[in-house]
Design a protein around this ligand. Structure first.
Ligand code: FAD
Length: 336
């Protein structure tokens, strides 16, 4: 039996926002939390942290929150583990939520285990489905790519904490007539108390959009061959209005940074168009891109697994095919 279950109640969704715009996975989670709360006759709290973010609260209520806790301060301008952990845990110790949900984004994957450890509870990470059974949150998680699925529960400790992959829960339509309350969280932290200082933010993305939200993705694998090869891919992505992605091997090689990684240990994407360049189609990579609407593969091996997933395959060397596509796109745009 869970310890002191009666003291805990309600579902929290930790909202991720960038420059005052809610990251899509947070909206997906609010819809899911609403459905779970309706089944369990519970309530949904959106926990919003940032600088000048109060204007977002209404959107969170439309998406399913009964109340929004707003923690606004210049100290929260950029995500910092220490600051966000302190704020969430201080309120969680008071409110005792039964469930806390995070997106399995870079932020959520960093923050959820910290919050779990601070609250002395478990963390069900990288889940793809949620349900409530006999009072417990049941979180489903894929193993070995997608070959095995397992259900995880946190039977004894509360709150139950989970991170959920972006794009696996369908976004519900906002209900603009929903009403809810907003509460202000009083931030007492001072900049001098925080060990980590943010010197600046470097943006590597061409369209400044999280990879998970991109409509078009040009992904490179080992077949791209070098860091310079990825510069060629960046040019193609720029011409197509796409974001750059990668398998894990180019990340390990240092050709691109971790934030571009797609797959089991990277990001889950669902773009309208995915172009895999020199990507073999290993199950750990395809676990993160299988939801793409239209898949194009460029590979010189006719037996590459990626061709089994592709709607359109180009058998050829990326060093010949991609420059030819870039040349044609530049010609069409009058840039040649
Ligand atoms: C626990 C675990 C977790 C993992 N998580 C991830 C993950 O999250 N994401 C991920 O991507 N991988 C992950 N992997 C690694 C995964 O198993 C594969 O090793 C990896 O995805 C392969 O990357 P790749 O397709 O770029 O490279 P390779 O498998 O080396 O394939 C390169 C492809 O490029 C083609 N090629 C070579 N040269 C050219 C050329 N000039 N022109 C055209 N085609 C060419 C080849 O024919 C080949 O098909 C994980 C592995 C493990 C064990």
């Amino acid at each position: 039996m869970p310890e002191n279950t009666e003291k805990f109640g309600g579902l929290w969704v930790i909202i991720e926002q960038r420059h005052g715009k809610v990251v899509k996975v947070s909206l997906e989670l609010l819809g899911e939390a609403r459905a779970l709360a309706d089944t369990a006759r519970s309530n949904v709290t959106a926990f919003l942290i940032g600088e000048d973010v109060a204007a977002i609260a209404e959107e969170l209520i439309w998406q399913g929150a009964d109340r929004v806790i707003i923690a606004e301060h210049t100290i929260c301008r950029y995500y910092r583990t220490e600051v966000y952990t302190d704020i969430i845990c201080a309120q969680a110790k008071k409110d005792k939520p039964e469930i806390i949900l995070f997106g399995a984004t870079c932020m959520g994957r960093d923050l959820a285990p910290r919050v779990s450890a601070r609250l002395k509870t478990g963390c069900m990470s990288d889940c793809t489905k949620l349900a409530i059974d006999s009072g417990h949150l049941v979180a489903t998680k894929p193993f070995f790519g997608r070959d095995l699925m397992t259900d995880i529960v946190c039977p004894v400790k509360r709150p139950q904490i989970a991170t959920i992959r972006p794009g696996v829960i369908e976004l519900t339509d906002p209900n603009r007539s929903r009403k809810g309350e907003t509460l202000s969280y009083d931030i007492r932290l001072r900049e001098d108390d925080i060990k980590v200082k943010v010197a600046g933010i470097l943006n590597e993305r061409s369209n400044n959009l999280p990879l998970e939200q991109a409509e078009k993705v040009v992904a490179g694998g080992m077949g791209v061959g070098s860091k310079e090869g990825f510069e060629m891919l960046k040019e193609l992505a720029g011409l197509l209005g796409a974001e750059l992605g990668a398998t894990n091997l180019p990340v390990d090689e240092g050709w691109v940074s971790e934030e571009f990684k797609i797959g089991q240990t990277g990001k889950t994407i669902r773009p309208k168009l995915y172009i895999g360049c020199g990507v073999s189609g290993a199950i750990q990579h395809s676990a993160g891109m299988i939801g793409s609407e239209f898949i194009v593969a460029i590979n010189k091996d006719p037996n590459a697994d990626i061709f089994k997933l592709a709607d359109y395959g180009i058998l050829g060397d990326v060093n010949e095919v991609i420059p030819a596509i870039i040349k044609e796109l530049r010609r069409q745009k009058g840039l040649a």
